[in-house]
Design a protein around this ligand. Structure first.
Ligand code: DC
Length: 301
């Protein structure tokens, strides 16, 4: 560890070729802007500005789109909410939108309540598309107190049942439903900073997102998390049934014809199986900080 011009350099694992330009770059920074620079070497050199307590962590652009994709139970929602808080960004849960249309389909008798989930008829697909086009969806509130409103009715808890989860995955495979909801999602991303989570955000909704993350985890870890959530809600479920439901949804979400769940080529993949949400968010913030830090001057020959 050494200090220079009021900066504190931490970490020694640092590729030699970067030494000189980074040292020069650090000398150009104003002490009031970055109180401390931590230098670490993970998969690539990381320069993390750490501000004094209580100050904003980085100078982020006013407009920023962060895409978080991944399968059910990978931690997208908890991580997305925490990240949105850290970035002072709007958190958008696109899964809730597909759930809302599935819920409305069940309410209106377009979808049967007997658990027989497919195949949908062309008539059902047309009716669901119409529902997605005319329903007024609202996501409202702070990330950890997010309310989902359908035509003014608060259905936040109703859309979290195992039945709605399965139907949401079926409804999400309907081309017309996706077209209607993706148009709304894109409109939400035209201003300010957003953290949007889903299955196709980095590949389809915002292929030019500023940052893309893909969270994954083993089927076992994801099933355990879902099982725990169900138990916390007081539902009587077994781990085996939860695992089967998660696997069925995975299969459908990954193999549908339109905008399936795949990793965008430019997404950073994080395996969350053995990580706490806070640890995952730490990694994501590091990457965003890196992208939004001043670029070191090019190495002079
Ligand atoms: O994230 P979630 O479990 O609440 O999503 C419910 C379903 O909605 C999921 O099984 C797939 C679908 N979905 C999708 O197809 N595209 C998205 N962007 C978000 C969710």
């Amino acid at each position: 560890m050494s200090s220079q011009q009021g900066f504190l350099f931490e970490g020694t694992a640092f590729p030699g070729k970067w030494d000189t330009p980074v040292a020069q770059w650090l000398e150009t920074l104003e002490p009031r802007r970055f109180f401390r620079i931590e230098v670490a070497c993970n998969r690539f050199p990381l320069y993390r500005p750490v501000p004094p307590a209580g100050e904003s962590i980085m100078e982020l652009p006013e407009k920023l789109v962060v895409a978080i994709d991944g399968p059910a139970g990978a931690g997208k929602s908890t991580v997305g909410k925490l990240l949105a808080q850290r970035l002072h960004a709007l958190y958008i849960d696109t899964g809730a939108m597909y759930r809302a249309i599935a819920w409305k389909g069940l309410q209106q008798g377009v979808l049967p309540c007997d658990g027989n989930s497919q195949p949908l008829t062309l008539g059902q697909e047309a009716q669901l598309t119409r529902l997605a086009e005319i329903t007024v969806l609202r996501l409202q509130g702070e990330p950890f107190d997010l309310h989902v409103l359908v035509d003014g009715e608060d259905i936040t808890t109703q859309i979290r049942t195992p039945e709605v989860s399965q139907w949401a995955s079926v409804v999400a495979a309907v081309v017309g439903v996706r077209a209607a909801l993706v148009a709304q999602q894109r409109a939400m991303g035209t201003e300010g900073r957003i953290v949007m989570d889903g299955r196709d955000i980095g590949t389809h909704v915002f292929p030019n997102a500023d940052v893309k993350f893909f969270l994954e985890a083993s089927l076992e870890a994801r099933s355990q998390r879902r099982f725990q959530e169900e138990c916390n809600r007081g539902r009587e479920v077994t781990l085996a049934a939860t695992r089967a439901a998660v696997a069925e949804r995975d299969e459908r979400d990954r193999n549908r014809a339109v905008a399936p769940l795949v990793v965008a080529p430019d997404a950073l993949v994080v395996d969350t199986s053995d990580l706490t949400p806070e640890a995952v968010v730490g990694q994501l913030v590091d990457v965003i900080a890196l992208q939004n830090s001043p670029v070191p001057p090019a190495e002079t020959p």
